[in-house]
Design a protein around this ligand. Structure first.
Ligand code: SF4
Length: 506
């Protein structure tokens, strides 16, 4: 008999090989920290949505620390027989096809299925497949399904100080789309039955599904036979175009280097330098022009942010980036000493006001500030200015004067093979300073990238004091390395810009 949960059905819908790998080779899956945090967010949003229609009965049951599905199915039957109007996690099993409905509500003489998603988008095809599967299972269990809805977060909701879940969530009637999807269910189930019964790995090639809605966790496994680097490592080429080359058998850099379909200079340089190690490419003139746009006092700024799905600070929206920390290196005059200051808010509080005040105190108006990928810092500064009009003038003067240290790399003024076509600071830094352990993010404790910082900060408030101290220390060290890295990168640009200067000047 075929045993399938709705998440397995959705995996199968995305890619039959994905469902097979989950069953037979789960150890090959790469679980990124983003996936775990998405799961935590999903649970938090799901719990909140349960109260959307008033009082409800949740049928969840545990056996030890595992869900007791048999008990949940029994509880569901009992509550439906009693006429309970709203059930959460109502569970059904039809010949091994299992599902738990987020919210099941009596409606129009039958039962409506409400599927809760922690996304602000209601238009993902996999969501419709998910709801269609639930309707199929329920109807085969004899339940009359009179409505199918998606409950998603409303991206326009602005928290005004009083939580309002009716404005926070958006309900979309997806009956028409579910109807159109229903015809695919039985064919998908037949595929599942055949495929999951066999221990032989299905021969399914890479497709656009590998990257939707998120990069598939089996990507490393499914591409293990490809040479490194290959077409999928090309800088900023859309996934669909990479796939097109792959399907045409143009996979390696030598295959692609002279393809007339690739004209992007950065991609061409990436391939040239990978094929033949030509050292470091430097366009001194352009680097000099860039450096002339900088002036003293010179600041190096980096924010860390969190993105709560459920806004809890006045004026914020779901998934808004909230800055909670910054690191700032600065040099007051040419040849001056490198100095450092920093800010890290208290976890559990709204960090924005104190951060904005400290930033205005730390950076004089109209100073030259550098960021790495300035779009991010500029966006946060504009949001802070909108939130605190009394600080707006100062914050916007910082924003206006930000120069982007990413520019010389992204625009191709400086390139070496070790960058591998990536211009993030975490690729550029080791490519320029491969042997300096003090610049190696791997040597940091606890926090190694922005995603880890984002996850850790909101949790600090719930940690015991000693762990709080360590977590704050780790966050500070991480963010400090980000701006120190920027200083080192700037110093390298200054160094190469001065090489042979005397000879050139005759
Ligand atoms: S990487 Fe692509 S082919 Fe492999 S399991 Fe995932 S979606 Fe399927």
């Amino acid at each position: 008999m075929l045993y399938l949960s709705k998440s397995k059905y959705c995996a199968l819908w995305q890619c039959p090989k994905l469902a097979w790998l989950q069953k037979y080779k789960p150890e090959e899956m790469t679980v990124d920290s983003g996936a775990l945090s998405r799961m935590e967010t999903g649970n938090e949003v799901g719990d909140l949505a349960m109260g959307l229609f008033g009082d409800y009965v949740e049928v969840t049951a545990y056996n030890g620390d595992k869900l007791d599905l048999t008990k949940m199915i029994e509880n569901t039957k009992a509550e439906m027989a009693k006429g309970t109007p709203i059930l959460c996690e109502a569970s059904f099993d039809y010949n091994g096809l299992y599902c738990a409905v987020d919210i099941l509500k009596q409606e129009n003489g039958g039962w409506a299925v409400y599927e809760v998603k922690s996304s602000t988008h209601e238009d993902k095809a996999v969501y419709i497949a998910d709801v269609a599967y639930q309707k199929y299972v329920l109807e085969h269990c004899g339940v009359s399904v009179t409505g199918t809805y998606l409950v998603t977060l409303n991206g326009d909701y602005v928290f005004d100080g009083t939580p309002d879940i009716h404005r926070l969530f958006k309900i979309t009637d997806v009956a028409q789309m579910v109807k159109a999807e229903e015809k695919n269910i039985e064919p998908n189930l037949s595929v599942a039955e055949r495929l999951l019964a066999s221990k032989e790995e299905p021969d399914i090639d890479l497709s656009d599904r590998c990257n939707q809605p998120y990069p598939c966790g089996f990507w490393q496994y499914c591409t293990r036979h490809l040479p490194k680097p290959c077409v999928f490592d090309l800088y900023r080429m859309p996934f669909a175009k990479k796939l097109e080359f792959y399907k045409k058998g143009k996979i390696t850099f030598p295959d692609l280097l002279h393809d007339p379909g690739i004209t992007n200079e950065t991609q061409l340089r990436q391939m040239q330098y990978a094929v033949t190690d030509c050292g470091t490419y430097v366009d001194k003139e352009k680097i000099r022009s860039f450096l002339k746009t900088l002036s003293y006092p010179l600041y190096f700024l980096d924010f860390e942010t969190m993105q709560p799905a459920i806004p809890r600070f006045i004026g914020t929206t779901p998934y808004m980036q909230i800055p909670f920390q910054y690191s700032l290196h600065y040099i007051e005059r040419e040849g001056g000493k490198l100095k450092h200051t920093e800010f890290l808010a208290e976890s559990g509080t709204d960090p924005r006001r104190e951060l904005a005040e400290r930033l205005c105190a730390d950076i004089p108006a109209d100073s030259c500030v550098t960021a790495y990928n300035k779009k991010f810092e500029c966006g946060r500064l504009r949001e802070l200015a909108a939130a605190f009009p009394d600080l707006a003038e100062h914050l916007l003067s910082i924003e206006r004067n930000i120069r982007d240290l990413l520019d010389p790399f992204q625009k191709g003024y400086y390139y070496n093979r070790a960058m591998g076509g990536s211009f993030s600071i975490k690729s550029v830094l080791p490519a320029i300073f491969p042997d300096d352990p003090t610049l190696d993010y791997h040597n940091l404790e606890g926090v190694h990238h922005g995603g880890e910082a984002m996850e850790l900060f909101p949790k600090i408030k719930d940690l015991p004091p000693e762990e709080q101290k360590k977590a704050r220390h780790d966050l500070l060290k991480y963010c400090e390395l980000d701006t120190f890295a920027m200083v080192k990168v700037w110093q390298e640009l200054v160094r190469v810009s001065k090489e042979n200067e005397e000879e050139e000047n005759g």
